[in-house]
Design a protein around this ligand. Structure first.
Ligand code: GUN
Ligand code: ZN
Length: 450
């Protein structure tokens, strides 16, 4: 039977509110060229994708009988993108008193051991994804654990919610307890099977995930590179130059290489779809090499502060002469919040401590279109361009009594005004400021207080 008009899906609707997204990078062009702000805007959603974006007055006559969800007075932005997080570490946030290497041994490895159990893994994955949606995060690049079961559990939970998620099995064959170690060969085979099962299924994508150079032999890093050669569009996701003692240890473990990034480079892991978490201790030359390779960095300020790792050089990463793609990462469980608002808050303070300014628009860019670019997903998510997947959130600038005191009037009509209101949301906001989260145009979370 031929149908002239496909029936409209339940997600076909329009969203009215103050629309705020990015059409360019505010680190490189003036903010009025980078920001798209429509104070009384309309986002038209068909079949889970953005069909049109514009002023309510212009678009409302085109709607016919399409329903309109009215969020007048609220700020509507693309869903947040978390470029580095560990789902198995959800239950171990706020582990006291250690820096990276001791923290891994004392807290992290024993916690991740539990993820061999598929039931436990699925329970934590469900809790984790609920927490992401509650915080307005719609896409994340996620470490699972070393056990293939932990990857299955995560992807099953993400598929059930139709989320665009990237994850992969941790590869680690040394310098960790036996119960967490695989081998170069077994990690290759298990990753390969998971790639064939999950990569490109619905909205799911696979990241080859060696934990970091200290827990992988050279043979294992090369096995990871072989997987990247064999399958198109895979990601490489790992940690890089987070902590001073870690960097010294890598030099001891790999004396034949010219530094931490060079270990990944010479083993074939520094590529366009490689995402490196932290990069706190990188040299200028290493930043330049990342730029040349078009690889990405995940800036994880709450984690870098919590573990005492150091202050990320955002201005060096975004240097116009050799730009590196950068997104924000919560890095839960070393990170102290699931909220990318709170992550932006700490990113601002890290910049302050280095004598730099991170404007509200720059911070929001990192959490949205910047994250999408870091994950090479800017053709699918990150802003409201027609054709993009309709993952977006509703932020309430008066969500708490204190925010209402700070933002007594409605949303500003001009960019300068909304910059200030957005800044207050980044600094004072958290999950309470997220009124609703939509996935592919469908309501996936709404705040209990509304
Ligand atoms: N480096 C290697 N593993 C980890 C981890 O689980 N968390 C952080 N923050 N750094 C790491
Ligand atoms: Zn991490």
């Amino acid at each position: 039977m031929i149908q002239a008009f496909p029936p409209s899906s339940p997600a076909d609707q329009a969203i009215r509110g103050a629309l705020l997204d990015f059409v360019d990078d505010p680190f490189y062009v003036p903010q009025d060229q980078a920001v798209r702000y429509i104070p009384d805007g309309l986002l038209v959603i068909r079949e889970g994708h953005v069909a049109a974006v514009g002023a309510y007055a212009d678009l409302s006559p085109t709607l016919g009988d399409m329903p309109v969800a009215d969020y007048t007075g609220q700020l509507i932005t693309p869903g947040f993108i978390d470029t580095h997080i560990h789902y198995p570490q959800t239950g171990m946030m706020a582990a006291y008193g250690e820096q990276l290497l001791e923290w891994l041994e004392r807290y992290t490895f024993p916690t991740e051991r539990q993820f061999k159990d598929p039931t436990h893994a699925r329970q934590v994955a469900d809790f984790f994804l609920a927490e992401l949606l509650k915080n307005g995060t719609t896409t994340a690049l996620v470490f699972a654990a070393v056990f293939p079961e932990s990857v299955d559990a995560f992807f099953e939970a993400a598929a059930a919610r139709n989320l665009r998620m990237i994850s992969g099995k941790v590869m680690m064959d040394r310098n960790a307890p036996d119960y967490l170690c695989d081998t170069a060969q077994s990690s290759y085979e298990q990753s390969r099977a998971l790639i064939q099962k999950w990569h490109g299924q619905g909205r799911l994508l696979y990241a080859v995930t060696p934990r970091f150079a200290a827990t992988s032999s050279e043979a294992q890093l090369k096995a990871a590179a072989r997987l990247l050669d064999e399958f198109p569009d895979l990601y490489l996701h790992t940690h890089l130059s987070e902590n001073v003692n870690e960097v010294a240890w890598i030099q001891d473990l790999f004396p034949q290489y010219q530094g931490y990034l060079d270990v990944y480079d010479q083993t074939g892991l520094v590529r366009q779809r490689s995402v490196f978490a932290h990069g706190v201790q990188l040299s200028d030359q290493e930043f330049q090499r990342l730029s040349q390779a078009k690889a990405a960095l995940s800036f994880c300020p709450t984690s870098n502060l919590f573990l005492g790792s150091g202050l990320f050089r955002i201005e060096q990463a975004k240097n116009k002469a050799h730009p590196v793609k950068v997104g924000l990462g919560t890095d839960v469980g070393a990170g102290t919040s699931f909220s990318l608002l709170q992550t932006a808050n700490e990113a601002y303070k890290v910049a302050q401590l280095r004598g730099q300014k991170l404007s509200a628009f720059k911070a929001l860019f990192l959490a949205t279109l910047g994250g999408a670019k870091a994950l090479c997903l800017e053709d699918k998510i990150g802003n409201f361009d027609p054709g993009k997947e309709a993952d977006f959130i509703v932020l309430n600038p008066q969500a708490t009594p204190l925010l209402a005191l700070r933002n007594p009037t409605g949303l500003a009509h001009r960019l300068e005004g909304v910059a200030e209101q957005l800044f207050s949301l980044l600094i004072m906001g958290d999950d309470r400021a997220v009124q609703a989260t939509y996935i592919m145009g469908e309501l996936a979370y709404s705040s209990p207080s509304t």
